[in-house]
Design a protein around this ligand. Structure first.
Ligand SMILES: Cc1cc2nc3c(=O)[nH]c(=O)nc-3n(C[C@H](O)[C@H](O)[C@H](O)COP(=O)(O)OP(=O)(O)OC[C@H]3O[C@@H](n4cnc5c(N)ncnc54)[C@H](O)[C@@H]3O)c2cc1C
Ligand code: SF4
Length: 272
């Protein structure tokens, strides 16, 4: 073998080795993703619960950028295309959509099977029943900071009813992020309110996260409390934070009280 052949081979060897390693790693990952997807299909949990990505397979080039961006490990690459391998883990951050280099991802609420089962609310979060507002997860927007923002904004609109002839200005149902934020806003606005929570715990869905789960969020502003500047926080720290801000601001929550019926009466409602 001539000297020039040997030199070329020496240069090529690391490249070939790198390629072999890359493909081995790649196919190992694909096998893992396929296995995860098979498990999902077997368990029957194939429907995303909330806002989730839909991947245009004609555009997807299988770069894996979305897979790496997803903090919930919801996505994988199967047969060269991105797939929601764990749809029930998806909480609609949208990090995948932002990361996709070819804009193959679109975030949607409904699914073909389930349709779009989210309530219609106005920009101020009032439903088509005047006086009833829906904020947060129930409105189809599942994120902590969105719940916080919407809870406060709904109260911003409700405060115009302050001091009506009714016994209370507002009943806040649920003590998750939206309800906590709404309660703080109601307190700040000097409204007469009660907050009820069917469970015996504060925090809504967060209380049920797996132990030590890292919640990914973005800076948000809470009424009275002000800026909350974290991007990630453990479930336990977040629950401690909710407890502290409700306690320090005298927010009373009626635990184990479940709202069963709302009936229109005069200019207000009877909530049972
Ligand atoms: C596993 C998991 C991981 C997540 N991770 C993240 C994350 O990292 N970052 C992020 O931003 N979001 C995350 N989310 C989403 C986030 O937790 C929710 O979007 C957020 O909690 C919604 O707040 P909410 O107040 O609207 O609703 P919830 O948190 O669902 O709270 C609603 C509360 O209302 C109470 N309630 C309901 N009906 C009644 C009734 N009739 N009477 C009395 N009380 C009632 C419920 O008991 C509950 O406590 C995650 C969700 C899950 C499930
Ligand atoms: S929307 Fe968020 S949780 Fe869902 S797949 Fe994309 S990055 Fe993951």
């Amino acid at each position: 073998m001539s000297h020039s052949y040997l030199t070329t081979l020496l240069y090529l060897l690391p490249l070939i080795l790198a390629l072999v390693l890359y493909y081995r790693r790649h196919s190992k990952k694909e096998t893992q993703f396929s296995a995860r997807l098979a498990e999902t299909v077997k368990s029957g949990i194939t429907e995303p619960l909330t806002l989730h990505p839909v991947i245009d397979t004609n555009k997807c080039i299988g770069s894996g950028a979305c897979v790496r961006a997803c903090p919930e490990h919801s996505l994988g690459i199967v047969r060269g295309k991105a797939v929601l391998v764990q749809p029930d883990h998806c909480i609609g951050h949208g990090a995948c959509e932002a990361a996709c280099p070819v804009e193959a991802i679109q975030l949607v609420f409904g699914t073909e099977k389930r349709g779009i089962d989210i309530p219609l609310v106005k920009p101020n979060f009032e439903t088509n029943v005047s006086g009833i507002y829906i904020a947060g997860e129930l409105g189809g927007m599942g994120l902590i900071r969105k719940g916080v923002d919407q809870g406060a904004r709904a109260i911003g609109s409700i405060r115009k009813h302050k001091g009506s002839a009714n016994e209370l200005d507002v009943v806040i149902v649920g003590a998750g992020p939206a309800g906590i934020s709404a309660s703080l806003a109601a307190k700040e606005a000097g409204l007469r309110f009660v907050t009820i929570e069917q469970e015996d715990s504060l925090g809504g869905s967060i209380f049920h996260y797996p132990r030590r789960k890292l919640a990914m969020t973005a800076p948000m502003t809470l009424p009275i409390v002000g800026k909350f500047n974290k991007f990630e926080i453990s479930k336990e720290e977040l629950l401690t934070f909710w407890s502290r801000i409700t306690r320090d601001n005298g927010i009373k929550i009626n635990f184990t009280e479940r709202m069963e019926v709302i009936t229109k009466m005069g200019s207000g409602f009877v909530v049972k």
